[in-house]
Design a protein. Structure first.
Length: 169
């Protein structure tokens, strides 16, 4: 039996409260997503896509929360988690484990280092390149846009965003 990740993007609102802006477990249509299957139930037979990190990437799971490998201890849900994400988590009951979260910047640092080798056979992760050439704010905004269809406005800081997740077996 494999482990699955359940992930959400939250944004800190002007009130200081956090709100869920993307449930990354739902299918969405956007560039930057890995197509999981073709939807044959409709007449247009379009593609249904899921955020590409929804797949079982045990190297990433270990790096995020020590799930299926060596890594950091999970942080648990943040005290100020949004009501939506709290309800989703509680809906999993005892099956949910290793809940944790990272700021968008922290998450990108972990993601960018997964499987990254600098040699002729393994190209440099494009987000590592963006971190080097564009800086953290631009790289994180690009990552959120590409991978989660969350668009950071120019006047906003990426510090307003975080990713919350847990696993089930």
């Amino acid at each position: 039996m494999g482990a699955d990740i359940h992930m959400y993007v939250e944004k800190q609102m002007p009130s200081g409260n956090w709100a869920c802006v993307r449930n990354l477990n739902d299918s969405i249509d956007s560039d930057g997503l890995a197509v999981m299957y073709r939807d044959r139930s409709s007449s247009n037979a379009g593609f249904v896509a899921y955020w590409e990190l929804r797949s079982r990437n045990y190297e990433l799971f270990a790096a995020l929360a020590g799930v299926r490998g060596d890594g950091p201890e999970p942080r648990d849900l943040p005290q100020d988690v949004s009501e939506y994400v709290q309800a989703e988590y509680e809906g999993w009951g005892a099956d949910a484990h290793s809940a944790s979260w990272y700021s968008a910047k922290e998450f990108l640092q972990i993601y960018a280092n997964i499987g990254v080798e600098v040699d002729e056979e393994t190209p440099l992760n494009p987000y590592v390149v963006s971190l080097i050439t564009d800086g953290g704010e631009v790289a994180v905004a690009k990552f959120l846009s590409d991978k989660a269809s969350v668009y950071v406005h120019e006047e906003e800081s990426v510090d307003l965003y975080r990713l919350i997740f847990w696993f089930d077996n």
